[in-house]
Design a protein around this ligand. Structure first.
Ligand code: ARG
Length: 567
């Protein structure tokens, strides 16, 4: 709950009449489900024991002795609650003035100032297509990045590319044998992927290929020039393709630091783990036994000495702590890697790092497609580029029907199509599976990105029609209808919604909040004319429109969604 002016007043009133401390009181204050019951409520259950009375009686007694003020105009007991009614005019003025003063910064705070957060997101594997879970990770990670940033934290977004491991030995062998001559300039990720497939196919007939691949990976680990050159080529081809998708989505990283980067550091990391007496050999592999913590062992080195995914994650965590001295490190990775992160965090803890419990695995569910698979050109795999392009194409068609004379159709279709995919992903609680349904995601009237964007554009259009500067100099008491009050109260919640989203790493709080705001706005709009001959009323309602548009814009920006002014 926000320590707003009203809460502070209520706390000081309650403090006079109870023996509870300010912070205790503040934590107890709630917002009733219906504002007709009151704007704030104080539950009396916690006083029952000390006062040896029933919560209902206490509420009644308190409501009699508490005094009203200019801003708290009525105090009334309902069951075990003392309910407080605020002066709506003062409230409205405070909310609308604050939003107008802070504009693009409304919602921001400085609670993170001086602290930094490392966020590891998307992190795809090179020589393979960016998969749907890398998309989900990118979108959730990007939103969490924006949420923490707006709270004043310094954020460091890292793409921990999967660019190391024995599979690159296989790819080198496959490329050398079947890659063709000098055609690499036109090579795509699909070609690299096909080489993998061919390698595994051939390996069944000829098992020595695997030894060859292992040799090549060893060379790569040892820094062999030829091996490195090929590997770099695979990486460049992949990054080019990934970047195209990140650009389409507007996703940014502060650093691409892949697993390969830690190749020179893992040795020292393994030594430190050994020196702590945490390791032993099991079936020729080097492991950390995690049986006491009811987990399978964490593998550090395979029998051929090659390091593993977990080893590199442990080295990466040490490096990041040293480099960024983070207060928190967030890994946005699918739920199927739960065990992996539990093991990594446990090993870090056993190594004696007190910051191990500042590492969080923010997991998420799958994205499924309602019609079983996606209708892509290739049929089988979901190519993200195809998914995004299809969304844009479909929106283009809708715009062509609804608003054929729209300027910048291409740009708007792009913003809305991509926005629809982002919103569909981020409006589901992250640990649930997302079921992607074209008709649902693109519906301008459902709980969708296009709906929120469309509401925003409509508010822009009202402001354009109004055509004059918006002023604060209005009669706030004119915004007294239920629909207006509900909307204003809703706008007031935005900063605390962001805080809640940060605490639980849950961008869906913001998307669902935006759906509420749009619903409340539309109820207001349908019941009351904004632009009318009544000059003063128009000015007041325009200010509300202006503030609502600002909140929607700020919310969509956090989610990484654009806000076209016309659509
Ligand atoms: N490359 C991994 C995958 O595709 C995800 C990496 C996540 N980040 C990490 N630090 N392990 O499954």
């Amino acid at each position: 709950m926000l320590k707003d002016y009203f809460v502070k007043t209520i706390v000081s009133l309650l403090k006079e009449k109870t023996n509870l401390q300010e912070d205790e009181l503040e934590k107890l204050i709630e917002i009733p489900p219906d504002f007709k019951m009151g704007d704030y409520a104080f539950p009396c259950h916690s006083l029952a024991k000390t006062l040896k009375n029933s919560p209902n009686n206490i509420a009644t007694e308190l409501s009699k002795v508490l005094r009203t003020t200019d801003s708290i105009i009525e105090i009334k007991a309902i069951g075990p609650y003392v309910n407080f009614f605020v002066n709506k005019t003062i409230f409205t003025e405070m909310v609308l003035k604050k939003i107008n003063a802070e504009r693009n910064c409304y919602g921001s705070r400085n609670i993170g100032s001086g602290k930094s957060v490392v966020i590891d997101y998307s992190s795809p594997n090179i020589a393979k297509h960016l998969a749907v879970h890398h998309l989900r990770s990118a979108l959730i990670g990007n939103a969490i990045y924006n949420i923490y940033k707006i709270l004043g934290y310094k954020c460091i977004g890292i793409n921990h590319l999967g660019d190391w491991g024995t599979q690159f030995g296989q790819l080198i062998v496959a490329y050398k044998k079947w890659g063709g001559e000098d055609t690499h300039t036109s090579y795509t990720v699909t070609d690299l992927n096909n080489l993998y497939v061919k390698f595994h196919h051939e390996m069944e007939k000829n098992p020595t290929l695997e030894d060859e691949a292992r040799e090549w990976f060893k060379k790569l680990e040892a820094g062999d020039f030829g091996a490195k050159e090929l590997w770099q080529r695979f990486k460049d081809i992949s990054l080019k393709e990934f970047q195209k998708i990140y650009d389409m989505l507007g996703i940014h990283f502060d650093a691409f630091i892949g697993e390969s980067f830690y190749n020179t550091m893992v040795e020292d990391t393994v030594t430190r783990i050994k020196e702590k007496g945490l390791t032993r050999i099991s079936e020729q592999a080097l492991i950390v036994d995690l049986e006491p913590y009811t987990m399978p062992p964490c593998l550090l080195r395979k029998k051929d000495d090659a390091t593993l995914y977990a080893t590199r994650d442990i080295a990466a965590a040490e490096y990041r702590k040293k480099t960024y001295s983070f207060d928190k490190m967030i890994y946005v990775v699918g739920s199927e890697q739960k065990l992996h992160f539990k093991q990594v965090f446990k090993v870090l803890e056993l190594m004696g790092y007190d910051w191990a419990n500042h590492c969080v695995h923010v997991d998420f569910g799958l994205m499924k497609f309602k019609d079983g698979k996606m209708s892509t050109r290739k049929g089988k795999v979901v190519l993200l580029e195809d998914l995004l392009m299809e969304a844009v194409e479909r929106i283009k068609k809708i715009i062509e029907e609804k608003n054929p004379s729209l300027e910048n159709k291409e740009v708007v279709a792009n913003d809305v199509g991509i926005g629809a995919v982002i919103f569909a992903d981020l409006s589901t609680k992250r640990n649930k599976d997302v079921v992607f349904d074209w008709d649902e995601a693109l519906n301008f009237e459902g709980e969708t990105g296009p709906y929120v964007q469309y509401t925003h554009a409509r508010l822009c259009s009202i402001l354009r029609k109004y055509g004059r500067p918006v002023t604060m100099d209005i009669r706030f008491e004119l915004l007294n209808e239920d629909e207006a009050i509900i909307l204003i109260k809703n706008l007031w919640l935005f900063p605390s919604i962001i805080l809640k989203a940060a605490e639980l790493y849950e961008p869906s709080f913001i998307s669902n909040y935006l759906i509420d705001v749009c619903g409340n706005l539309n109820r207001f709009y349908n019941a009351h004319r904004v632009l009318s001959d009544d000059e003063e009323l128009t000015m007041a309602r325009i200010l509300l429109v202006y503030a609502t548009r600002q909140v929607i814009k700020n919310g969509l920006k956090i989610l990484g969604i654009k806000t076209p002014e016309e659509m």
